[in-house]
Design a protein around this ligand. Structure first.
Ligand code: HXC
Ligand code: NAP
Length: 299
């Protein structure tokens, strides 16, 4: 990311200690860089411990400051508790949580196995709740202010054909956001979410546009601004929600998609035209990407 495009003053986030799940790659890494540049202490976690370590080193080499990598599988509630115990003991209480980790792949729903459904929903639906619940309880017990932001999609409003486990799970996290903003507001805790349109990342494109070249993320989906998102745009919105200064925003899910959702639904409905051969080729490519990433997992 071009950090000169950050809208905010240096030091704005100097009192923040923020955990970004899935912060080793993609959008999580971009947000980690933005928060670090503005003075926050950043913690990142993922199942590929080495990837998180490399990201932490790369960002600290570039900007100084403190990025702490953690190998943690958010599908495992005990692993979350262990990681948060360590953060609290060694570094101090978190001030914010960015629920960014996710799993997804395009598939006709009739081709999904139960394990395929669980692979996605256990990360997005359960993992986001486990993490929010563990950290929220600590804040409540310690009478500590806290701030949670979740990265969703615009499918939470109109559904996600060909990505049904993701759409169902993200919609549930949207409901969690709205519910806890009300229930836990009295404890000084805030809950918001961001619904990005297409922001090209290796992880998402390998699973949502496996035909690469002419991307299914963009094909047949008119964007009024005729472009994909730029990382600094997403990061500036994330800073607005995670930094002090605009705390009265609570219980909101904010789209950043160039009005794609308004124009064309912003989902994968165009994949209804795909042939059996296209689906078979996509599945081969996605399973190849899955295997490559899985080989790097340390937890
Ligand atoms: C059908 C598939 C499949 C496919 C996998 N499966 N790929 N089924 N079509 N293309 C099935 C497998 O056959 C298996 O079922 C089951 O899913 C579990 O597969 P595993 O590889 O064992 O899963 P696991 O190791 O748990 O990995 C989880 C994962 C993987 C979700 C499958 O992709 C992952 O870890 N992803 C993390 C990163 C990621 O997804 N990033 C993209 C986020 S983008 P069987 O029954 O055969 O055993 C995003 C939204 C972007 O979230 C929105 C843009 C607008
Ligand atoms: P990405 O690079 O693949 O990011 C996903 C991250 O989640 C990876 O770092 C992955 O790390 C981590 N993760 C997955 N399962 C995990 C688990 N069980 N425990 C811990 N970490 C886990 O893809 P991305 O595009 O940046 O996506 C980031 C977020 O943005 C997701 O919530 C996605 O739904 C959302 N989003 C993206 C777009 C887009 O256009 N890119 C649009 C809308 C929404 P490990 O594999 O190492 O665990």
């Amino acid at each position: 990311m071009d950090t000169s495009k950050l809208m905010f003053r240096d030091g704005l986030m100097k009192d923040e200690r923020i955990l970004i799940t899935g912060g080793g790659t993609g959008l999580g890494k971009e947000m980690a860089e933005g928060f670090l540049k503005l003075g926050a202490e950043v913690h990142i976690c993922g199942r590929r411990g080495g990837v998180c370590e490399e990201t932490a080193k790369e960002l600290m080499d570039r900007h100084g400051g403190k990025v702490v990598p953690h190998a943690c599988d958010i599908r495992v509630a005990e692993a979350i508790t262990d990681m948060n115990d360590e953060i609290w003991a060694k570094h101090g209480p978190l001030t914010g949580l960015m629920n960014n980790a996710a799993g997804n792949f395009i598939s006709r729903t009739e081709d999904l196995s139960i394990r395929g459904f669980d692979a996605i929903s256990n990360i997005v639906f359960r993992g986001s709740f486990y993490m929010t619940h563990d950290i929220g309880k600590r804040w409540i017990d310690q009478k500590h202010k806290g701030n949670v932001c979740s990265i969703l999609t615009t499918w939470v409003w109109n559904g996600g054909p060909f990505v049904v486990p993701s759409a169902m799970s993200k919609a549930a996290v949207n409901t969690m956001t709205q519910s806890l903003a009300v229930e836990w507001g009295r404890y000084g805790l805030r809950f918001n979410a961001i619904a990005p349109g297409p922001f090209p990342t290796k992880g998402a494109w390998a699973r949502l546009s496996p035909d690469s070249g002419e991307s299914s993320m963009e094909r047949g989906v008119a964007n009024p601004m005729d472009r994909v998102g730029e990382m600094h745009e997403l990061v500036n919105l994330a800073v607005l929600l995670m930094a002090p200064g605009c705390e009265y925003i609570n219980g909101q899910t904010i789209a950043i998609d160039g009005a794609m959702y308004n124009a064309s639904g912003g989902n994968f409905s165009a994949l209804a035209a795909w042939s059996d051969e296209q689906w078979a080729a996509a599945r081969d490519a996605i399973e190849g990407a899955n295997a490559e990433d899985k080989a790097k997992r340390t937890v």
